[in-house]
Each structure stands twice: as structure tokens, then as C-alpha cells.
Ligand binder design. Structure first.
Ligand SMILES: Cc1ncc(C[n+]2csc(CCOP(=O)(O)OP(=O)(O)O)c2C)c(N)n1
Ligand SMILES: CC(=O)[C@@H](O)[C@H](O)COP(=O)(O)O
Ligand SMILES: [Mg+2]
Length: 635
């Protein structure tokens, strides 16, 4: 544990008030050490937090949080903020079951006025707070939104600035420019920020900033503050064109400069202001600074060496299987393209890009654009695979409906991180895609039961050229099954029987199949031998398979790694319309529960969700009227 005599004096941000700069700098140093130490035992997002340590201390010193509103965009950089705002004693529970969230969360603290985890929401939310404040005539309260350069690639940020610049509300936006997203940043705006930073004025302002900060002092009056601000502003920036006053670039690790600038901005009066702060992701921890990803997201690690305790994977990841299958197909099909929204590593598009650089596109944190861009590619006769996490595809849903589905354009949606993802919690759960994709006329919706199925689904989607298709697969490793060398496409809308049995049928959609097969073994002890089927498709549904399962069994259970309103609902709808329900057939649908589940290990989350083998066993017994045995199976 680090030695932290200054940080020990900070129970809340109040303890940062009336402190001198030397004290604040000492707190920052200790806060950085404490953050590194905590993440070394929990794993999590490290690089982003290390880049805002000084900014976090300065913000809580200058502003009167939580009365003043401080919003962290994404929230993955908020661990130092959590340590300063009364959560230090629980910081080593970050991202663990029952512990602190890895993001800002309203229910966790008054110092988290707005929850996040998806990018680029902070300016919109901040403007909402500012307008609400003014409507309540509480004009003295300040609103600050801190947004990263990567998150400034999303349309939402500009929609918010467009609105804020026009409304002229008192709102402070800090552009935390570390020249990194998860991967290197992309896009013209990223080049624009770089030009601002590399301009000569930055260097002179750095020197000037220190001098002026020393000269100004805490109680300097407003006129001097205004002059200082004007001296810092570079003039003619895009932000100024949008109605913001622009301050910077400033050194986001220089406490003297930060405190002086924040104070002046705080006291500068009406209207939106943007402070351009240049920071370094991973700052102050050599292994993070040296790493390509700046330790964006890490496993537990050794603080001295920086070595991460990554578990050796027994099988390839689903993501890797997707990437390899796509590359294999693209070797002989030059129409195949891959699109990612700032997640090249997470989706495997980086592998595809290494092989086919001209056919891989990282469009930034811009899922809406990613979907419509893919629609344009498809309309031009290309075969785009939009590889997007289930949770982030939510942001592009109108584009899926309006730009893709209504026009029957053959965009292939590779939906990664389907189902529960573990430590990232509710904000990142891939819970809803089966329902929202399956609702769309013409859409083909598949889910992979294992990695071999996934590889074949990639090939199946390649053949679907007259309408959109989607295939979903979970985070993490596959089951270790062999992947066929030749990727034979599946027959559209046809499932498969995996295990012949009688009495009970379990129809699985997606990667719960492993748990279903475990349950089938358990059920032998109860004298039962269920039929197990893999639906493969939620749309079109395999009507023949479902009819035969119902006809030949007393009980039908459906199971999926998704929210209600998905596969089970589609099956029930079909059976109701088909008249099967009139005959009193016993059907149960197993889905994620109707709650937003907090973070835990994926296994524990599925345990809470009631979707592991023992729950399936209990569900079968319960449906058969064997309640006592069902309860015992759960014990
Ligand atoms: C809508 C959305 N898409 C993708 C992500 C995944 N994501 C999380 S952080 C991040 C990079 C953010 O970069 P930046 O805002 O510059 O913050 P930094 O990590 O550099 O501090 C991305 C792409 C997300 N959280 N939300
Ligand atoms: C904050 C964020 O959205 C990403 O960093 C996310 O945590 C990555 O998740 P994976 O680890 O599943 O790629
Ligand atoms: Mg960044």
C-alpha cells in the first residue's frame, strides 16, 4: 500500500479547499499511487484515470461539488474522483460483485450527478443541468463536463455544442485531449486537436500560464481574470465558431496552470467555455506510459513490473474466431469490408485491418455513422460487416431501421459482447439486441452456440445478399470446439437437434447451450432425458422444429442470453398464432431478468439471472410439477 499522508487528510472534496498548490500537488502524487495500487488488485480502466489525476484534484479544489455539477464523460477515468469523494475505503472493490461500479453512477454517490459508461453524453447532460439550474434560479452553481478527445468523435458531442453555443448558458466543457481513444484516435477532428496543440502558441502559453498563475493569486479580480482568459484564447477556433469561448491548450498536468485557469473560468461569467487541456494517458506509471494501449483496460497486475495476470486462454475468443473467419472469407471475396466504431481490438477488426488495410474502417466512436456508412457500402455492392458490441449498437438503432432494414440493404451485423459481460456491468450488457433486431421485417437474426457455429454464421451472413443479417456471440473464450476448415453456410431459418431425448425439450438460442447440455446430464439423476435443440435463428424461426418439439414433448423450455421480448417471445408468439397454446402445452421461457444487473463475474451474473445449468434443471422439474425436487436442485 502506498504511503499517503496528504491523501489521508482528504475525507471529501471539502478537505481540498483552502489548500496551497504544494499540498494539492502532493495529494495528486499520492492519489496517482493509490489509483495504481487499487487497480493492481481489481483490474479495470487505468490509463484514462492516470491522465486526469491533477485535473481531478484541481476540479474538486476549485469547484463546490456536489452542488456544482461535475460530469465525467464515459466515466472510465473516474477512479481518482471516487477516491476523493468518500469512496476510498471501497476502492479495492471496483468492478467486483457488490463493489463500486467502474463508472460514475448516480445511486453510488451525490458526487456522481450523472451516470455514464457509453461515450459522448456529458455535454448534452451538462447543458440539461445548466438549463435546469437557470430555470430554478440557482445561477451561482457551475456545471462542468469533462470529455475526452476520443469521445469528441461522436455526433452527440456536436449536437450538444451546437445547442449549447446557441443557448449561451453558463457551462464549462473540458476537452481532455490525451491523443488516444482506446486505440489511436481517428478522424479529422483528432488532427484538428493535434494542430491546436502543436501550434507555437501552446509553448508560449505554457510559460505564460505559469507566470500569470503565480501573479494572479486566488483573489484576483474579474477584470484581470478576463484579460488572462483572452490571452489564453487562440481565436478563430471551431469551438468559438460554435459559440464557445476557447481557452488553451493548457497543460493538464500542471497544477499551477490548472488551478489558475479553472478559477478564472469559474469566475468568468456567462456563456459556454471550452478548456482544451492536454494530458497523457497513463501518466506517471512507466509501464502504462510505455504500452501501446496506455493500460486503457487491464487485468490485475504487479505494480513493480506492470506485468498483468492475464489468464492463459484455453480456447480462442469468439472475437478472434469472428476475425479469422472473416479474413478467411475475404481472401476469396474482395467485396467483404469490416467496420468498427473505435473498437478495433475489441471486435477483432484490427486483425482484419492488418490483412486488408483498404477494406477495414475505424470510424471513431460513431455507431450511428458506422451503421449508415455500412449501408452506403452495401448499396454500392460491397459486403460490409459492421462489428459492433451489442450495447453500443443500441446507439445506431434508427440507422439500423431507417437506413438498413427499410431498404433491405445487406449489411452484416457482427454483434459482439452479446449477453452479460461481467465487470463492466449493466451499461455494457448485451441484453436487448435479439428483441430490437428481431422486431425488424426482413432481418435475419442468428446466435452462435459455440465458436464453430460462429464461424459458420460469418459465412452464412456472407451469402445473404438481399437483406440485412445479424449474428451475436458473447465476450470471452469459446468452448474449445474444433472450427471447420471449410466454412459451410447454414440453411437459413433451420435449427438443429443436438441431443435426442423425450418428455422435455430445451430449445437454446446462443451460447447457453453449454449450460443446457450440463443440465441435461443433471436431469438424468431425476430420471429425465431431455431433447436439446439449438435454434440457431431467432428470425426466421424454424417453425417445423418448434412444432415438432411441442408435438413430441410434454414440456418446452426456451433459453437465451438476452432480455425478455427476444427469442422466447418470438417462439411464444408463433405458437400462439399456430394454435399450439390452445392445447395447453407447457412452455417456459428463460431470459435475463427484468432488472439492470450490477457488475460481477459473468458466471455470478448468470447465477443471479437464473440461467445456469442448475436453474435449467429446476425449471424443467418445476414445469413437470416436481416443485420439491426443483427447490432441491437450486439448493
Ligand atoms: C458509445 C460508445 N462506444 C464505444 C465505447 C467504448 N469506449 C470506451 S472509452 C473509449 C475511448 C474514449 O476515448 P477518450 O474519450 O479520448 O478517453 P480516454 O480513454 O482517452 O481518456 C471507447 C471507444 C463507449 N464507451 N461508448
Ligand atoms: C469503457 C469501455 O466502454 C470499454 O473500455 C469497455 O470496457 C471495453 O470492454 P471489453 O473489455 O469487453 O472490450
Ligand atoms: Mg483520449
Amino acid at each position: 500500500m502506498p504511503d499517503t499522508p496528504h491523501l489521508d487528510q482528504i475525507a471529501s472534496p471539502d478537505d481540498l479547499k483552502n489548500r496551497n498548490l504544494d499540498f494539492l500537488k502532493a495529494v495528486a502524487d499520492e492519489l496517482r499511487a493509490e489509483t495504481i495500487d487499487a487497480v493492481s488488485v481489481t483490474g479495470g480502466h487505468l490509463g484514462a484515470g492516470l491522465g486526469v489525476v491533477e485535473m481531478t484534484v484541481a476540479l474538486h479544489h476549485v469547484f463546490d461539488t456536489p452542488s456544482d455539477i461535475l460530469i465525467w464523460d464515459v466515466g472510465h477515468q473516474c477512479y481518482p474522483h471516487k477516491i476523493l469523494t468518500g469512496r476510498r475505503d471501497r476502492i479495492r472493490t471496483l468492478r467486483q460483485g457488490g463493489g463500486l461500479s467502474g463508472f460514475t453512477k448516480r445511486s453510488e454517490s451525490d458526487y456522481d450527478p450523472f451516470g455514464a459508461a457509453h461515450a459522448s453524453t456529458s455535454i448534452s447532460a451538462g447543458l440539461g443541468f445548466a438549463v435546469g439550474r437557470d430555470l430554478k434560479h440557482e445561477e451561482g452553481r457551475k456545471v462542468v463536463a469533462v470529455i475526452g478527445d476520443g469521445s469528441m468523435s461522436a455526433g452527440m458531442a456536436y449536437e450538444a455544442m451546437n445547442n449549447a453555443g446557441d443557448m449561451k448558458k453558463d457551462l464549462i466543457v473540458i476537452l481532455n485531449d490525451n491523443d488516444m481513444s482506446i486505440a489511436p484516435p481517428v478522424g479529422a477532428m483528432s488532427h484538428y486537436f493535434a494542430r491546436q496543440v502543436s501550434s507555437k502558441s501552446y509553448n508560449s502559453i505554457r510559460k505564460l500560464g505559469k507566470g500569470v498563475a503565480e501573479a494572479l493569486g486566488v483573489k484576483e479580480h474579474a477584470r484581470r481574470a478576463e484579460e488572462y482568459l483572452r490571452g489564453m484564447a487562440m481565436g478563430g477556433t471551431l469551438f468559438e465558431e460554435m459559440g464557445f469561448r476557447y481557452v488553451g491548450p493548457i497543460d493538464g498536468h500542471d497544477m499551477d496552470q490548472l488551478v489558475a485557469v479553472l478559477r478564472n473560468v469559474r469566475d468568468a461569467g456567462e456563456g459556454p467555455i471550452l478548456i482544451h487541456a492536454v494530458t497523457q494517458k497513463g501518466k506517471g506509471y512507466a509501464p502504462a506510459e510505455a504500452a501501446d494501449d496506455k493500460y486503457h483496460g487491464v487485468a490485475k497486475f504487479n505494480v513493480v513490473t506492470g506485468e498483468q495476470q492475464k489468464k492463459k486462454a484455453a480456447s480462442p475468443s469468439y472475437t478472434g474466431v469472428f476475425a479469422n473467419a472473416l479474413i478467411q472469407l475475404a481472401e476469396s471475396d474482395d467485396k467483404i469490408c469490416a467496420v468498427t466504431g473505435a473498437m478495433p481490438g475489441g471486435t477483432g477488426v484490427d486483425k482484419f485491418a492488418a490483412r486488408f488495410p483498404d477494406r477495414a474502417f475505424d470510424v471513431g466512436i460513431a455507431e450511428q455513422h458506422a451503421v449508415t456508412f455500412a449501408a452506403g457500402l452495401a448499396a454500392e455492392g460491397m459486403k460490409p460487416y459492421a462489428a459492433i458490441y451489442s450495447t453500443f449498437l443500441q446507439r445506431g438503432y434508427d440507422q439500423v431501421v431507417h437506413d438498413v432494414a427499410i431498404q433491405s440493404l445487406p449489411v452484416r451485423f457482427a454483434i459482439d459482447r452479446a449477453g452479460l459481460v461481467g465487470a463492466d456491468g449493466a451499461t455494457h450488457a448485451g441484453a436487448f439486441d435479439v428483441g430490437y433486431m428481431g422486431a425488424l421485417p426482413g432481418m435475419v437474426v442468428m446466435a452462435a452456440a459455440d465458436e464453430a457455429e460462429l464461424a459458420r454464421m460469418v459465412a452464412t451472413a456472407n451469402e445473404i445478399d438481399d437483406r440485412p443479417s445479424a449474428f451475436r456471440y458473447p465476450r470471452g473464450e469459446g468452448l474449445g470446439v474444433e472450427i471447420p476448415k471449410e466454412l459451410i453456410p447454414l440453411e437459413i431459418g433451420k435449427g438443429r437437434i443436438v441431443r435426442e431425448g423425450s418428455g422435455v425439450a430445451i430449445l437454446s438460442f446462443g451460447a447457453r447451450l453449454g449450460e443446457v447440455l450440463k443440465s441435461a446430464e443433471e436431469l438424468a439423476a431425476y430420471g429425465l432425458s431431455p431433447t436439446v435443440a439449438d435454434a440457431r435463428f431467432a428470425k426466421p424461426l424454424d417453425h417445423d422444429l418448434i412444432r415438432s418439439l411441442v408435438r413430441e414433448h410434454e414440456v418446452l423450455i426456451t433459453i437465451e442470453e438476452g432480455a425478455m421480448g427476444g427469442f422466447g417471445a418470438f417462439v411464444l408468439h408463433f405458437l400462439a398464432e399456430d394454435g399450439a397454446l390452445d392445447a395447453g402445452v407447457k412452455i417456459r421461457t428463460m431470459t435475463l431478468p427484468d432488472v439492470f444487473q450490477d457488475q460481477d463475474s459473468p458466471y455470478a451474473m448468470y447465477e443471479t439471472a437464473g440461467l445456469n445449468a442448475k436453474h435449467i434443471t429446476a425449471k424443467v422439474l418445476d414445469a413437470l410439477g416436481r416443485q420439491a425436487e426443483a427447490a432441491a436442485a437450486l439448493a
